[in-house]
Design a binder for this molecule. Structure first.
Ligand code: KIV
Length: 288
């Protein structure tokens, strides 16, 4: 892939009206694929908790688990900006702890930036992380880490008051220095209005076509996660049945001794084979 994208280029994309792309990845193979496809940003999302680790929601994933996945992604990506998603309770307790944990994403896992969920209530924490030299992406609207508080996985900002709150939160995050903001599950008009009011890019997921960029979750868009599919997900392919077929074929072929064939097996030199099967050679080279 071509050279590494910069945050400045994301800003230029907003200014020139060129949409930004972002996808999640959680390991080396998914990172190589997402990077090779020319995606601008790879998010090592805390959605890993559900899509890869099998938890019911995103709150369970730990700092150590996030760092482990980020390191694998780092090894597979050269082009995209890498964003480490700060897990639940890694930035809420104190600004000091938030800076320390954000720093671990950069120093120990090779991420370029971090993402935090929330608006004005975390804006001073965001400011502190940015002041420490770490670029921050915001996340507003449906914020999965606090979905219980929001009444479940529901579309946000459906009333004028709540739409106004999202706008104020977005302006506050911009003011403290976020370089971009994810807007999740809000009416398209709200996201469009926020996008037009900000000079930094918005990246939408379930937020309509007028955001400056779009993000999807790797396992959702490839049909690898089938526990539920939100309305805003487009499945670009459905890999699960293909993978299942391949796995079943392996089991059947092994059971029927159809795999491995000669083509997947190794041969021994004939003389060595005789020696192995019938014993040692004498001084004339003949097998004893
Ligand atoms: O964790 C994640 O995958 C996310 C995206 C939905 C933006 O936060």
């Amino acid at each position: 892939m071509s050279k590494k994208i910069s945050i400045l280029e994301l800003q230029q994309k907003k200014e020139s009206g060129q949409p930004i792309t972002m996808l999640t990845a959680y390991d080396y193979p998914s990172a190589t694929l997402v990077d090779e496809a020319g995606t601008d940003i790879i998010l090592v999302g805390d959605s890993v908790a559900m899509t890869v680790l099998g938890h019911d929601d995103t709150t369970a994933v730990t700092m150590e688990e996030m760092l482990h996945h980020c390191r694998a992604v780092k090894r597979g990506a050269n082009h995209a900006i890498l964003v480490g998603d700060m897990p639940f309770m890694s930035y809420q307790i104190s600004k000091e702890e938030a800076i320390r944990n954000a720093g671990r994403f950069i120093k120990e896992a090779g991420m370029d930036t971090v993402k935090l969920e929330g608006g004005r209530e975390i804006s001073e924490t965001v400011r502190a992380i940015i002041n420490a030299g770490i670029p921050v992406m915001g996340h507003l609207g449906l914020t999965p880490q606090t979905a219980t508080k929001l009444g479940g996985y529901k579309v946000q900002a459906k009333t004028a008051d709540s739409a106004k709150r999202i706008m104020e939160d977005a302006l506050a995050l911009q003011e403290v220095g976020c370089y971009a903001i994810v807007i999740e599950a809000v009416p398209a008009l709200v996201a469009e209005t926020v996008t037009k009011s900000l000079h930094i890019p918005t990246i939408g997921i379930g937020a309509g076509v007028h955001c400056d960029g779009q993000v999807l979750v790797f396992h959702d868009m490839l049909g690898l996660f089938d526990r539920f599919t939100p309305k805003f997900v487009k499945r670009y392919t459905n890999l699960r049945p293909h993978i299942l077929n391949a796995l079943r074929s392996f089991n059947e072929e092994v059971a029927a001794r159809q795999f491995p064939t000669q083509a997947h097996s190794f041969k021994m030199d004939e003389a060595e084979m005789e020696l192995f099967l019938y014993g040692s050679k004498d001084s004339s080279g003949k097998t004893a």
